[in-house]
Each structure stands twice: as structure tokens, then as C-alpha cells.
Design a protein around this ligand. Structure first.
Ligand code: PMP
Length: 508
């Protein structure tokens, strides 16, 4: 059984920190023992780097010491976890019941006699395509647009994104010579890892997806600029600029400015600016990002950004409001598309949100309450990963400052196996590959962890189970002669390539 305490001295992170060495410096060795206390593997010179949101550990030298084999010890740990018969779910980023309870008051608003808007509109009736003025004012600061450039719609911003893509395909944007569907093959840039439902929209309508690397401060802009400058079939790009799904990346001001300023071969190119986590902070720092609408206008591309957000993870995920903001021209275009589709949105829901949230300060106060429920769950996962996985070569995870996910990059080629092992141990994880277009993660390494829905003790247990599955999947990939005989393994420091994996070397 692999565990902390007297049976196992696997506490690399703690010892690194206690030793007082700086990140990136040689840090000595760690030893992994089995239940009987005999040494299975000794890992030497563990050099660790920490970036603001990402924990990475690079094992530079590992020596198997000839004890009973690592693989069977991990199998014991796995079977012991399986025997608990748990049913845990870390798949979708849903708010927990306790979070939904924070907005319970919504269910009794606006009351039997209060269905009138500030301009005396009877909210029970048809009309008001753009949404109530007071609702547009309420969200204008969060969206970074004046109220007249805001649209408040029914539940689900994803539906709004979907519809906007479809309208562009069928009718074209206000800058299109022809509908996108009559311009030959069209493509979207897809920062990866990214949100599977964005990719699903493209997949469903035959839009080619071009993956671009998402870094800690946003997409790789050299790659983005060069692609959009040459290829007029690239009509759009998915962006989750703050606390992105799933890595938690926050686009830097410099990246946002480049997105606003870049030259695109397509005159009707659009940034699908999905600011789903605009106010979903996990720390006391309320991170603010640059205003894409203002910057795009300043750089001569006022119609480029289509900004989306929602109250799904502010109030009630199944009964929220979807939000849209853009240039005056794009708002006019969208409302023209709405006209044949609907006579108006659910204004009662808009009114109850205004009455409940009151103003932007009210939203931020509510989000502080969400944070107090969510931050301990994220912390629990991060603590388990730090204590169980810090020694594993070629493995990293993100430490998001907001949003709903942690992204775990397991050693190359292991993600599917980890998800399958977890399933057999009662833990549902998002399918491996979901973070990439067509479910194809070419390195088979990214796993999205969603800690929000289960309660705190379940989250910690699930993270323990995931860690065991990762260790087992990794051990299974070691060549048999390494895991079964006295041998040594050497790995060169590195990340994102084969370089950090344990490799056979001279016998010790
Ligand atoms: N965008 C992102 C990036 C998300 O993570 C989610 C929910 N997981 C959504 C949109 C869905 O938002 P809504 O409920 O408003 O459709």
C-alpha cells in the first residue's frame, strides 16, 4: 500500500520546501517504500520549477533499488481504493447544491405583484428583444460595454454562441460578403487545452478546427498572428480569456492587445470571447483583464469581438441569464437575427436577477460566498497532487486563481489509461481527449479535473484515487525489466516531451 507516514517516505514537496532550496535548484532525493518498509525506488536530484499557476516537477535521475516491484505495490494501492466501492464524479463543472442555495431567494422573486420593470414594462408580456435596461446596466461593467451595447437573453451563453455561429453560417456577419457557408471551407482557431463544447459546435457544423497552444498568459500569439494573416478561411477563434476552461489561464494585457490589433485575411473574422468566468475568483485577488472591445475599436476592428458571459455559475446554472456584448453594429445584427426567432426573452427572470443581485457590488459579494465554498475543494485537490504526484517525471498540474477546473497533464500516453482506471475505481473523469478538437489529444496527457460539485470530503477522496491511478498508469508504462529487476533509470530534465520520462540506463 502506497501511503504517507511510516510506510512511505514520499513527501518530496514538503522536503523541498523545508530544505529551503529555491525552485529550479537541485533538491536531493526522495524514496518510495512499500508496506514492509523496503525501498522500491529512489529518485535523485529532483529539480522543480514553479510558475505562477503551474506546478511542474522534473525528475532527473531515478534508481530502482531492487526491492519487490513497484507495479504490484501500486496495484495493491489501487485495489484497496477500489474496495472502498466509492461513486465519485469529477466530470462536469457544475455548481454544488450549496452554491445553488446561495441564490434561493430568486425562487420567490419578483412576487405576485412585482412584475413591472423600471420603465413600467409588464415583464409578464411579450417584447423587449434586447433585455431590460436595468438588467443591461447591471452587467455592463462585467462585460466591459455600455448598456446599449449589451443584450440580455435567456438561459445559457453556450446557446447564444451556438446560434451566433449558425447565424454567421446561414446569413453571414455584418462584415461578410457572403454567408460563411457559401465561402468554401471555414475554420476556427482553437486554443488547446480548451472547452469541449466549443469544439462540439465546430464539429457539428463542419468547421475545421486548428489547434493553437494555450500558454499561461493566453494563446501562442506568434502562431495565431501568422495563421490569421495568411488564411482567409479562418473566420473565428474561441477565447476564454479569464480563468480558462480547463487550465485557468488568464490572457495578459499584451496578448489581448495583439488579438485586437492583428491583421486577419478574413474581413469577417470574429473573436468568440467567452468570458464565462469573469467574476469567478478563487483567491482574494479579483483579477481584471484588458477591455477587448475598447482595444479592438482603437485598432480599427470594432466588430471583431463577440463577448459572451452568463449568470449560470453566479446564480442558478439551469435558470440563469445569458449575456452578450459587442459593437453597436454587431448588436443590431444579432437583434435582427433574433427577430424571426422570438418575440422576446424571459423578462421575469431578468427582473428577479436585478432585484436579487442589485448591482455589481452585489454580484461580487455573492461570488465571495461561492469562493468560500469552492476554494477549499480546489485546495484539497492541489494538496493531494502535491503530496502524491510531485515526484512523477513529465507531469504537471495547474493552480488556477479562478474558474471551475484544474488541468492535470499526466505523462505522455497515459491519460486514457488513467481515466479508464479511475472509472473502474468508481471515479468518473471527463473523457481523456475532451480538451482537444475531435477528442484527439495527440499526446494523450491532459485530464480536466472539476472539483466543484462533490462535497469536500468526496473531492479529497477522488483526488487520492486519481493520484493512485496516475502512479499505476505511469508504472505500467515502465519497461518490464525496470519494474521487476534491480536496475537504474535515468531521465533528463524536461517537460512537454519524452525527455522527462524514466528511461532504462546502466544497472545501478
Ligand atoms: N463557457 C465556458 C468556458 C464554460 O466552461 C461553460 C460551462 N462549463 C459555459 C460556457 C456554459 O455556460 P452557460 O451555462 O452560460 O451556457
Amino acid at each position: 500500500m502506497l501511503s504517507e507516514g511510516k510506510n512511505c517516505s514520499l513527501r518530496p514537496r514538503a522536503s523541498l520546501l523545508k530544505s529551503g532550496r529555491g525552485y529550479g535548484e537541485p533538491a536531493g532525493s526522495i524514496t518510495l517504500r512499500n508496506q514492509r518498509g523496503s525501498c522500491i525506488i529512489r529518485v535523485a536530484t529532483c529539480s522543480t520549477q514553479r510558475t505562477p499557476t503551474q506546478e511542474k516537477s522534473y525528475v532527473t535521475h531515478a534508481v530502482h533499488t531492487g526491492s519487490p516491484d513497484l507495479h504490484s505495490t501500486l496495484q495493491d494501492a489501487y485495489r484497496a481504493f477500489q474496495a472502498k466501492g466509492l461513486k465519485l464524479n469529477l466530470t462536469r463543472g457544475k455548481p454544488s447544491p450549496a452554491q445553488l442555495d446561495l441564490s434561493a431567494e430568486l425562487l420567490s422573486l419578483p412576487g405576485r405583484t412585482g412584475a413591472y420593470a423600471e420603465d413600467a414594462t409588464d415583464c409578464r408580456n411579450y417584447g423587449g428583444l434586447q433585455g431590460l435596461a436595468e438588467a443591461r446596466r447591471l452587467f455592463s461593467g462585467i462585460l466591459g460595454a455600455p448598456p446599449e451595447q449589451v443584450v440580455v437573453a435567456n438561459n445559457s451563453s453556450l446557446a447564444l454562441m451556438h446560434d451566433t455561429v449558425v447565424y454567421s453560417l446561414l446569413k453571414g456577419t455584418c462584415d461578410s460578403a457572403l454567408p460563411w457557408s457559401r465561402q468554401g471551407e471555414i475554420a476556427f482557431l482553437c486554443p488547446v487545452p480548451g472547452y469541449d463544447r466549443h469544439f462540439k459546435i465546430c464539429a457539428d457544423y463542419g468547421i475545421r478546427m486548428i489547434p493553437v497552444a494555450l500558454r499561461e498568459n493566453g494563446p501562442d500569439m506568434d502562431e495565431v498572428e501568422s495563421l490569421v494573416a495568411q488564411d482567409s478561411s479562418i473566420k473565428g477563434m474561441w477565447c476564454v480569456p479569464k480563468y480558462s476552461n480547463p487550465t485557468g489561464a488568464v490572457y495578459s494585457d499584451a496578448v489581448i492587445e495583439r488579438l485586437a490589433a492583428m491583421k486577419t485575411a478574413a474581413p469577417d473574422f470574429r473573436l468568440y470571447w467567452d468570458n464565462a468566468y469573469a467574476v469567478h475568483h478563487l483567491t482574494e485577488e479579483r483579477i481584471a483583464i484588458a477591455n477587448i472591445l475598447e482595444l479592438s475599436e482603437r485598432h480599427g476592428h470594432p466588430n471583431r469581438p463577440l463577448i459572451f458571459a452568463s449568470t449560470s455559475k453566479i446564480t442558478l446554472a439551469g435558470a440563469g441569464l445569458a449575456l452578450f456584448a459587442s459593437s453597436k453594429e454587431n448588436v443590431k445584427w444579432l437583434l435582427a437575427r433574433f427577430t424571426p426567432r422570438t418575440i422576446g426573452p424571459d423578462k421575469i427572470n431578468q427582473l428577479r436577477h436585478v432585484l436579487f443581485l442589485k448591482d455589481e457590488e452585489g454580484i461580487l459579494r455573492l461570488m465571495d460566498e461561492h469562493r468560500s465554498l469552492l476554494a477549499p475543494k480546489f485546495q484539497a485537490v492541489l494538496e493531494v497532487f502535491a503530496s502524491k504526484l510531485a515526484h512523477v517525471a513529465d507531469l504537471s498540474w495547474t493552480r488556477p486563481k479562478g474558474g471551475y477546473f484544474i488541468s492535470l497533464d499526466v505523462p505522455k500516453g497515459c491519460a486514457r489509461r488513467v481515466v479508464a482506471l479511475a472509472k473502474q475505481a468508481g471515479i468518473e473523469l471527463t473523457p481523456a481527449g475532451a480538451t482537444h478538437p475531435h477528442g484527439n489529444d495527440p499526446e494523450d496527457r491532459t485530464i480536466r479535473i472539476a472539483p466543484t460539485f462533490p462535497d469536500l470530503s468526496e473531492v479529497a477522496q477522488a483526488a487520492e484515487g486519481v493520484a493512485i491511478c496516475v502512479l499505476l498508469a505511469d508504472a505500467e508504462k515502465l519497461p518490464a525489466h525496470i519494474s521487476r529487476t534491480r536496475a537504474s533509470a535515468e531521465a533528463v530534465a524536461g517537460h512537454g516531451s519524452d525527455a522527462g520520462r524514466l528511461r532504462p540506463a546502466e544497472p545501478a
